[in-house]
Design a protein around this ligand. Structure first.
Ligand SMILES: [Zn+2]
Length: 168
């Protein structure tokens, strides 16, 4: 891509907690938000090799009220240009804290995710992503129900007892 790009490279993180999707983090952008740069986010696979696909981005410099990031990528055979607005807040201890604005729900978020079957980056809630641990807890609901049944109590009670006795 042309322009005044610095050829910056970013690594897209593959999250293991939010499974099988790509993630961009605000932490990668906060230092350069004032500059207005362009570059590439490379997709790295498990073997730490660079995948062929990459996301190019243009970071429009901060104005009085906002800054914007435009992500360009090809996924599932579609070319996507996805604008992402930044928001800032002023923490009580001083300074500025930057956030992505989720393109779907407009909430302030620190990370945006692109699940494999999706065409857009959005927050975890909008993509309905669950953490592995909460999926596991669902898996045990059946077990709780079975124990509750034979013990003559409720599944909630079994869960409560187990949760309080399990080594954390
Ligand atoms: Zn959202």
């Amino acid at each position: 891509m042309g322009g005044r790009g610095s050829g910056r490279q970013f690594w897209l993180r593959r999250k293991t907690t939010v499974e099988r999707c790509w993630c961009i983090s605000i932490a990668d952008f906060t230092k350069i938000i004032k500059e207005g740069v362009s570059g590439n986010i490379n997709w790295k696979n498990e073997h730490k090799e660079v995948d062929e696909s990459s996301i190019s981005f243009v970071l429009l410099p901060e104005t009085d009220s906002e800054a914007m990031l435009i992500l360009s990528y090809t996924i599932n055979d579609s070319d996507v240009d996805e604008p992402i607005l930044f928001q800032k807040t002023y923490p009580h201890f001083g300074g500025v804290r930057w956030w992505f604005t989720c393109p779907v729900c407009k909430n302030r978020v620190g990370r945006l995710y692109l699940p494999i079957k999706s065409n857009l980056f959005a927050c975890r809630k909008c993509h309905n992503l669950t953490y592995r641990s909460s999926q596991n807890s669902k898996k045990y609901n059946m077990l709780y129900a079975m124990i509750a049944d034979s013990a003559g109590t409720t599944a909630e009670m079994v869960k409560k007892i187990l949760d309080s006795s399990v080594i954390k």
